[in-house]
Design a protein around this ligand. Sequence first.
Ligand SMILES: Cc1ncc(COP(=O)(O)O)c(C=O)c1O
Length: 388
Amino acid sequence: MKGKSTEIIASGYRGDSSKLERYHSINPPVYHASTILFEDYAELKTVGQGQYEGFTYGTDGSPTQHAFERAMTELEGGYCTKAFPSGLLAITSTLQAFLQHGDHLLICNSCYGPVRRFARDMLDKFGITTSYFPANVGADIEDYITPQTRFILLESPGSNTFELQDVPAVVKVARQHDILTAIDNTWATPLNFRPLEHGVDISIHSVTKYISGHSDVLLGSATINEACYKPFHRMCRALEIFASQDACYLALRGLKTLKVRLKQHEVSALELAGWLEGEAAVEAVLHPALVSHPEHHIWRRDFDGASGIFSFVLKPEFDEDAVGRFVDSLEHFGIGYSWGGFKSLVTAGKFAQSDISRYKDRWMIRLNVGLEDVADLRADVQMALSKL
Ligand SMILES: Cc1ncc(COP(=O)(O)O)c(C=O)c1O
């Protein structure tokens, strides 16, 4: 007779070897595993010989992770995708894959802030230098390229200030110099902009945002073209990059409803943005889909839609106390970071990291427009403006 502990370990899940246990759920199962079992010694031996084609260990990912990665590859029109534990890790790991000592990196001036910290505190100590280009750059990217420039990191629209780069123009110049390009495509999602179709080599997402959509997942992804495969794959193996299975499951589920959610975010945000343009306290609304946006023609040319996050700049007479009163009196907007989720959120700060100097040091408010009824959101913002 077996001992109780042995019985417990042998009980329950026995794989899907029997037809009776086969279970074709519509979504993939989530496998929680570090150890993957082999059939026999012969199979184990093929692993050692580098000839085994299946999963060998938890860090290889799982069928759930691969299903999510496959979906992203199809949507982005890429060669392959890797899921990362967060959007920031997708960016920083990708940079590590392609840069080495002596290289120069160019980053968009309105990039997601922590990318600057990574360049300053990590890349710099490995002898990789970084400089920043205006967030509305086009063919004039040429002026920022040095003989050491190897990589250009775009983010269009850029964080908080929402300037657009002329991506095809930047790519054309980059290719002439044999420089790789990557873009943070989080704002647009692959539904509204497909960078690889415009010649960008790598498209990166904070899946944390619209794709997962419910503010309860941290995940990133990078989709590459075929030419980038070798160095990218080498980095993924060396760092043993893998993402949480639960996060991949939720992200894949989020993808299925992305289109309808995103449309509602777009419609509600545009209604609020357009109305805010006429409000007396507001100096400017920064939203690429508004005709008043300086790069609106680029958005019209390259994008299939907009998402639900934008900022507005207050008139100079309003100070930090006024901003605090505005933020604290909102009822439907949570005060918190991140975006792309169902709940509306607000953040505020001084205008920074931008080349639009006319707003420098002015107070700016960023709204992540969620899925609440837009009439309620508008009444809320109107009430909060009256407290300024
Ligand atoms: C534009 C952009 N890219 C990347 C990130 C980083 O994503 P994560 O929070 O998944 O690390 C963020 C996060 O706010 C972001 O706004």
